[in-house]
Design a protein around this ligand. Structure first.
Ligand SMILES: NC(=O)c1ccc[n+]([C@@H]2O[C@H](COP(=O)([O-])OP(=O)(O)OC[C@H]3O[C@@H](n4cnc5c(N)ncnc54)[C@H](OP(=O)(O)O)[C@@H]3O)[C@@H](O)[C@H]2O)c1
Length: 330
């Protein structure tokens, strides 16, 4: 069946400026780490992409290694781009990354120019794209000079293979240095992609201040702590959940008694606010104006539809924020 995007797709999605750049990103973006690989069901992830675009999600986040198997999320996304989204490329912001192990030998991971440039070429081929909108260094490399990694990002832009560049999981200090090098090279850092949720708050200890000062956007990944910040694990581990999947990155042992108690209390608060826990968790991440967009995942369209409703109630009373802090101290 031919897919025709919803005419009203820009009516309800707020767009937020990415740092001090010209680029606006939707408040909710979609990540393709899980659920878009060859192990997954095409009709399901195709429906997720349709729903996303219909709801005003213009930003799709990938990486060379997403699958499994690695590379297959880019292949599958590329196939659907060609079949369903032909003519809509200019309404999309597509990102990819390189940093984790992708092929054998010494040039298949980390932060050398050799690896990053080869990986970007492979990603473009898999997706069938001439360029990506954002190319990231996926993780800092302790052994490669930061200058070399940043020069590779700059080169990708100069070669027309990426429009903007970003970094992921760099510390506040590394981010400051990376931003300085990129600025000197003439390719400013657009965005940082860190892990951030109610359960993972390291970026509050300095990184967010650096991003604000440097004019860099922020797109937190795993804002639902891979699904823990929802009501799904309150009655055990569902068979189709990430914690139950052998290739899922969420381990059942993360669901400790304390975690489950926190999730239960947060769920009660969310219900009081008239939203699901997933919606409240996303609104909580978006409460800080330094956050550009939340990068969610979804294993089925209904989840994304639920998550998108966070936009109906983004604000918090002081008391609600205080209660969240209390629960997170449990
Ligand atoms: N830069 C990096 O190093 C890095 C690392 C990780 C992720 N990322 C990016 O961030 C994206 C998001 O990461 P993530 O998938 O971990 O994010 P997440 O949004 O925290 O978790 C997504 C998972 O939560 C569950 N879920 C989603 N919506 C739900 C809802 N409304 N109600 C109940 N459960 C819901 C689903 O799990 P089930 O499968 O259990 O249904 C879904 O697969 C990735 O796709 C990727 O683009 C980047």
């Amino acid at each position: 069946m031919t897919y025709l995007p919803a005419a009203a797709r820009y009516e309800s999605m707020p767009f937020r400026r990415c740092g001090r750049s010209g680029l606006l990103l939707p408040a909710v973006s979609l990540g393709l780490w899980h659920n878009f690989g060859h192990v997954d069901v095409m009709e399901t992830y195709r429906a997720i992409l349709h729903l996303a675009f219909d709801a005003g999600i213009t930003h799709f986040d990938l990486a060379n290694n997403y699958g499994p198997p690695p590379g297959s999320a880019e292949e599958n996304f590329g196939r659907i781009l060609r079949s369903d989204f032909r003519g809509y490329r200019d309404e999309m912001v597509i990102s990819t990354k390189a940093g984790y192990r992708m092929w054998d030998g010494p040039y298949g991971e980390w932060g050398s120019k050799k690896y990053l440039m080869a990986s970007l070429d492979q990603s473009l081929r898999r997706m069938g794209l001439e360029y990506v909108d954002i190319f990231y260094s996926h993780r800092p490399d302790p052994d490669t000079p930061l200058e070399e990694t940043m020069m590779a990002l700059d080169l990708a832009v100069r070669q027309g293979k990426a429009l903007y560049v970003g970094i992921s999981s760099y510390s506040a200090e590394q981010t400051e240095q990376a931003c300085r090098i990129l600025r000197e090279l003439g390719t400013p850092c657009l965005i940082h992609q860190p892990k951030y949720s109610m359960f993972e708050r390291w970026i509050e200890g300095g990184l967010l201040d650096v991003l604000k000062r440097e004019g860099v956007g922020c797109i937190p990944f795993s804002p639902l702590a891979q699904g823990m910040l929802s009501d799904k694990y309150l009655k055990g581990v569902p068979a189709d959940s990430r914690a139950a999947k052998s290739h899922g990155a969420l381990q059942e042992k993360a669901l400790t008694t304390t975690r489950l108690q926190q999730i239960g209390e947060l769920n009660k608060l969310a219900i009081k606010r008239g939203q699901s826990l997933a919606q409240m968790a996303l609104a909580w991440v978006l409460r800080d104006e330094r956050i550009t967009t939340v990068l969610v995942g979804a294993s089925r369209p209904e989840q994304l539809a639920d998550s998108l409703q966070c936009l109906n109630k983004l604000s918090f009373e002081g008391e609600e924020l205080a209660r969240i802090e209390e629960i997170l101290q449990l």
